[in-house]
Design a protein. Structure first.
Length: 234
């Protein structure tokens, strides 16, 4: 079962992340110190190559640090910080934070819903994180073609249903059963951790909600998120 799998992996992730954090911080700190000291040394060809290697060490350490950060986010659930929130404000904040991604990619974002408050009981930070991950996922799927991403919101059976519809390349049929699994990624070139959609799945599950791929084709993908509207979570 996906929830049990995520829970056990979450515990392992927390342990691994904490164990890696200190040595990684040490590597990053000392590589920066050496770089600083080298700046006072007379420069030659050998210096340039050493400086290049140090930059690579710093860059890769920072990347490992991001993986550790992802693991820690993945392992934490914040049931104790739920409150009544306006979903539209959370969406607006999410869109503001990824606005530069949209502009760089030449993608238009369309909000296809009424501008009336929708109250849900949730952890606002976590729902924002989930929405940002889904939006960034859609932007990356559309990297080769400018188009639009549409956010739709409906009320169905006392649930709020959010649909994020992109015009990307779609998801391969063989990948569909696995896209919410931890460490499963179709983005080989980007060096991602493969935790993005698994984290989203965990967040939505912690809100007694559901997430699914409602539709996918070479003309785009629709992610469907269902959240209970009037439910207080313990």
């Amino acid at each position: 079962h996906q929830i049990e799998k995520l829970a056990s992996l979450g515990k392992l992730s927390a342990t691994v992340a904490h164990e890696l954090n200190n040595p990684l911080a040490g590597i990053l700190t000392f590589s920066k110190l050496i770089t600083k000291k080298l700046q006072t040394v007379q420069k030659d060809n050998e210096y340039e190559s050493i400086f290049e290697y140090l930059e690579l060490i710093s860059k890769e350490s920072a990347r490992c640090g991001q993986i550790v950060k992802d693991l820690l986010i993945f392992s934490h659930s914040e049931h104790d910080k739920f409150s009544k929130e306006n979903l539209l404000e959370i969406i607006d904040c999410s869109v503001t934070l990824i606005r530069h991604h949209l502009e760089i990619s030449g993608i238009t974002l369309i909000k296809d819903y009424a501008d009336e408050p929708i109250e849900i009981f949730c952890n606002a930070n976590k729902i924002q994180q989930a929405l940002m991950s889904l939006l960034i996922n859609s932007i990356e799927a559309m990297s080769s073609n400018k188009g639009k991403i549409t956010i739709k919101i409906n009320n169905e059976n006392n649930n709020v249903v959010i649909r994020i519809i992109d015009e990307g390349n779609g998801i391969d049929e063989k990948d569909l059963p696995h896209i919410f699994e931890p460490f499963y990624s179709t983005k080989e070139e980007s060096g991602g951790t493969g935790l993005g959609l698994a984290v989203v799945y965990g967040i939505i599950a912690n809100h007694n909600g559901k997430i699914s791929v409602e539709k996918t084709s070479n003309l785009g993908t629709t992610f469907k998120v269902i959240l209970p509207q009037n439910e207080q979570l313990a």
